[in-house]
Write a protein that binds this ligand. Structure first.
Ligand code: 13P
Ligand code: SF4
Length: 341
């Protein structure tokens, strides 16, 4: 098994093929009281089938922190935020990478490790940020701001990445901005990530009006109300939230940085202002803490499930392909990011 332990992310270390009882026990140890027992029973044979197929197909499974618990705890060899998973994809040695996340993440894996067959089990797993901007939009901005370097969030298509000088993720946005030798940067396409990063740098960041459909709905007033109701609560927000929400939070960071912060926090109650599935994935690690989550689901992340993963492995579908010329330019922007941090 190609499990890799990432210091900042919980990694599922599982034997290659487990007995049904072992799978059941493992799921219960993570999910008892979080997922109903009858659902756990339904997952057991599917997880066993995926384990058999992974061996037969020489596949590794990467799972984003927003994936459902039966994927996160049941079948993912490696879990993490988009930066950690991009790094893992780049060094994966198996023939296949099954990406349990959304399309731009699988595309990034393919760009960074083009020899591998990267499978996404549902091609409709998209992203509202990736859909907010096209390569032509970026070309027009470059014409409008000649010579200004372009940073694109990793939540973009390969064609948009190809128009960029650098990529960034939510965990290294500020680092990338500070590493660039320019006082003005086109920082695309998440308006809120741009404004939140702008608050931390003296450089001028030129935004684009893209939004994450999950994080844009959170309101600062909800956070305030929770603080009043639960004095001592620690509030953690993803940087795709509005600056007003971020200002009301105690901590802002990527999905994995939020998990690390929960581990370090002495608060008895934490509020995760992000996709609400993440709390279920980590609740068992922190049994002494109460989790509060304003529940907003990413419908794209939830398009991946055990059934379509079985089908993907059985039928070897759906392979991610990227035009080689676009991939080459996009790889440069991604590799520059990975060198920075
Ligand atoms: P992270 O890089 O923090 O995991 O975020 C990815 C994402 O899509 C958040 O909405
Ligand atoms: Fe995209 Fe938002 Fe879903 Fe993340 S949570 S994949 S940014 S739509």
């Amino acid at each position: 098994m190609n499990s890799t332990h990432l210091a900042s992310t919980p990694t599922t270390t599982i034997p290659e093929i487990e007995e049904f009882d072992q799978i059941r026990e493992r799921l219960l140890s993570h999910l008892d009281g979080i997922v109903p027992r009858f659902e756990i029973e339904l997952h057991v044979p599917k997880i066993r089938r995926i384990q058999e197929l992974k061996v037969a197909q020489n596949a590794i499974i990467l799972g984003h922190n927003y994936q459902v618990p039966e994927i996160f705890h049941g079948i993912a060899d490696i879990t993490g935020d988009s930066l950690a998973l991009a790094r893992e994809a780049a060094r994966a040695e198996t023939e296949r990478i099954v990406f349990c996340g959304v399309h731009f993440m699988a595309e990034t894996a393919k760009i960074l490790n083009p020899e591998k067959r990267v499978l996404l089990s549902n091609l409709e797993a998209g992203c509202s940020l990736a859909e907010s901007i096209t390569a032509e939009d970026v070309r027009q901005l470059k014409a409008q701001y000649p010579g200004v370097p372009v940073v694109n969030y990793v939540n973009t298509s390969a064609a948009v990445k190809a128009e960029s000088d650098y990529c960034c993720t939510s965990s290294n946005a500020l680092q990338v901005v500070e590493a660039i030798d320019s006082d003005r940067i086109l920082f695309l396409p998440d308006e809120y990530l741009t404004r939140n990063t702008q608050a931390l740098t003296k450089k001028e960041l030129i935004p684009w009006p893209g939004r994450c459909m999950v994080h844009e709905v959170f309101q600062a007033s909800t956070l305030e109300a929770h603080r009043q109701q639960f004095p001592g609560i620690e509030i953690l927000a993803h940087p795709e939230c509005s600056p007003e929400v971020v200002a009301e939070a105690d901590f802002t960071g990527s999905t994995s940085a939020m998990i690390d912060r929960v581990a370090d926090s002495s608060a008895d109650r934490v509020m995760l202002v992000t996709e609400c599935g993440m709390s279920d994935n980590i609740r068992n690690r922190f049994p002494e803490k109460e989790f509060t989550t304003p529940c907003t689901v990413c419908p794209h992340m939830k398009r991946i499930d055990l059934d379509n993963i079985i089908e993907a492995l059985e039928k070897d579908q759906y392979p991610i392909e990227v035009n080689p010329e676009i991939a080459q330019r996009a790889r440069l922007a991604l590799e520059r990011m990975l060198e920075i941090g």
